[in-house]
Design a protein around this ligand. Sequence first.
Ligand SMILES: NC(=O)c1ccc[n+]([C@@H]2O[C@H](COP(=O)([O-])OP(=O)(O)OC[C@H]3O[C@@H](n4cnc5c(N)ncnc54)[C@H](O)[C@@H]3O)[C@@H](O)[C@H]2O)c1
Ligand SMILES: O=C(CO)[C@@H](O)[C@H](O)[C@H](O)[C@H](O)COP(=O)(O)O
Ligand SMILES: [Zn+2]
Length: 410
Amino acid sequence: MAIVESTLTADVTTFRVEAYEKIDYTLQYVDGVFDPANTQLADVYRPWGRCLMVIDDVVDDLYGERARAYFAAHDIELTVYRLVVDETTKAWTTVEGIIDAFTEFGLVRKEQPLIVGGGLATDVAGFACASFRRATPYVRIPTTLIGLIDASVSIKVGVNHRKYKNRLGAYHASSTVLLDFGFLATLPVDQVRNGMAEIIKITTVGDRHTFDLMDAHGEALLETHFGHVDGEQHAASAELRAAAHEITYRSIQRMLELEVPNLHELDLDRVIAFGHTWSPTLELAPEVPFFHGHAINIDMALSTTLAEQRGHIDATERDRVLSLMSRLGLSLDSPHLTPELLERATAAILQTRDGRLRAAVPAPIGTCVFLDDVSTDELVSALDKHRTLVAELPRGGAGVQAFVDEGLPA
Ligand SMILES: NC(=O)c1ccc[n+]([C@@H]2O[C@H](COP(=O)([O-])OP(=O)(O)OC[C@H]3O[C@@H](n4cnc5c(N)ncnc54)[C@H](O)[C@@H]3O)[C@@H](O)[C@H]2O)c1
Ligand SMILES: O=C(CO)[C@@H](O)[C@H](O)[C@H](O)[C@H](O)COP(=O)(O)O
Ligand SMILES: [Zn+2]
């Protein structure tokens, strides 16, 4: 990455360097990324005549043949590294396995590995690219809803360290992200649900119109995998596909509007961190972790109850948010969410956020404020109130398939 601007000043006791590095990357929609007629992917690898693809193992079982046929059709030699990873193995040791594959392949300095998979694959392999020779360019093809609208939109990559969520990582943009929403056709419903939590995140505090679309179409989007398969109750109609596209397009656009001015997070007041205040501790607390979307949803639901108690949102809008979450089968509460965990999680996030809580809450839907002064007592009282509210909801606020082993293929 060429340095765009740099200055060096020196006097007898001091040298001062100021340099600005250009970050330049594109996210491009492709309808059928492994259709040989679409050359976006081949255009990247044709100059090298070869490609190292790091692909999630489940995705390889479903799409590996198409990927291999694509590269063969373009006369590009393909080497495949099957990545087996879930939240419990999102760790440096998994990164090392990928780095060994780079070495075995003989990856050349500017050669770009291709990463294909969900947020786990792109976070872990993206961190391998950030680390290998201090920075290796790469291409991402996200294949889950979380990946398509969040994990591969962000330039943040990384892994957990022991029970610390995303504690190791880097800001390392891929040169290209190819967005093919057709992958949702095979994504299991529990993973569609998982990704909808991140759309609820960005819309509840960042885009009221898209929240309204989610509220109107949520169940149909979930059942039809965002319009890619017919369900029993809902058809994958053109109208639903259009709503799905508007929702996902605007979610990506809003994420970028919020992240691009703050790519290295120098400003720690981050709208995108709604639902990520206490959830980093909650997500990994159970022996079998929560799916990411369920963990953040519990945090968002509690934060919405807290926002109403603070007067930032009225009870009607609070209940709109909680009802949508519940109708989609997302978790709004859990026995793991205890006053002790909240206290521990608050202490952890204060360190992450440079000493201030900066808890993003809706104020009202579509906008947000940051709370710094939430005491443990107030949080516990909000939890009591929240527990009373969600007890009236189906499943008492528990989610559907909320944990990592519940969603894995048998
Ligand atoms: N970097 C970021 O800014 C960012 C943002 C949000 C989330 N994340 C991270 O993303 C992770 C969660 O990502 P995820 O929800 O995509 O999980 P994931 O990558 O584990 O994918 C979920 C499951 O779906 C399978 N799968 C993937 N694509 C498929 C497809 N098209 N069809 C069928 N099955 C498919 C996978 O094999 C896996 O079993 C968390 O670790 C979270 O921290 C990162
Ligand atoms: O889950 C993630 C990142 O892993 C995103 O959905 C989320 O918007 C943000 O990156 C979170 O704010 C997490 O940021 P941080 O607390 O790990 O710095
Ligand atoms: Zn997240």
